[in-house]
Design a protein around this ligand. Structure first.
Ligand code: DX5
Ligand code: ZN
Length: 227
């Protein structure tokens, strides 16, 4: 299958009803989500705590698209097998999570997952050069990781443009995470991103009992990009 560089929306379940993940995932997929983004936080690498492998395993059976797991944890390596066993399709680790990100990415692919590399807003692209042949996705954080609903950091648009040029023809997704709205989405899509994570902008106004706003919100982001 050829590499799919078309625009994809990955709703972050960080903005879903935590008492109802299974139904929330089914609702947002029925409303047009392309991937499901799962934010794992450890209260150490980032100042917030969410969930770990058992919850990922429990929600896996509700995901029919792609389970995109964003690991905001340090260290990462001791937990890779557990998240792979939980059914992650993509495991994304932060470049800043430790001194041996090369080994971490090797281990992720070795566990049978696609490997993602996330960069905090302050991190430049120099250290990415020798990792590009071992990643399937680079995630540019457009907020400081830890919380949903933060303001988009515009300086990252130029980083996306530079990364797109570095990637060239390689089959690597560029994912944007944080502050994606119909206003900011066209800026990063135009710069070269193909996967847009969106938490608050997708889940706002809806619920499992009233999921139509999820679809309206997803279509509003896509329409803003596609003009
Ligand atoms: C932040 C998370 C994001 C977050 C995005 O650390 O990685 O995935 O849920 O939320 P919004 O779209 O509300 O900025
Ligand atoms: Zn995320």
């Amino acid at each position: 299958m050829s590499f799919d560089r078309s625009l994809k929306i990955a709703p972050s379940i960080l903005s879903a009803d935590f008492a109802n993940f299974g139904q929330e995932i089914e609702a947002v997929e029925a409303q047009g989500a392309d991937w499901i983004h799962v934010d794992v936080m450890d209260g150490h690498f980032v100042p917030n705590l969410t969930f770990g492998p058992p919850l990922c395993k429990a929600i896996r059976k509700h995901i029919n698209t792609v389970m995109d797991v964003h690991l905001m944890i340090a260290p990462v390596d001791p937990y890779i097998d557990a998240f792979a066993d939980a059914g992650a399709d993509i495991l994304t680790a932060h470049l800043e999570s430790g001194p041996h990100i090369h080994r971490t990415l090797q281990a992720i692919r070795g566990a049978g997952c696609k490997a993602g590399l996330a960069l905090n807003p302050a991190t430049g692209l120099d250290d990415v050069e020798y990792l590009l042949d071992m990643v399937d996705l680079v995630c540019i954080m457009t907020v400081n990781p830890g919380f949903g609903g933060q303001k988009f950091i515009h300086s990252q648009i130029e980083k996306v443009r530079k990364l797109r040029a570095m990637i060239g023809d390689r089959p690597i997704h560029i994912e944007i995470d944080g502050g994606v709205t119909p206003e900011t989405a066209p800026l990063v899509a135009e710069a070269g991103a193909d996967v847009l994570v969106a938490g608050s902008a997708v889940f706002k106004g809806g619920s499992v009992g009233n999921p139509a706003p999820y679809g309206d919100n997803i279509r509003a982001i896509k329409a803003a990009v596609q003009g």
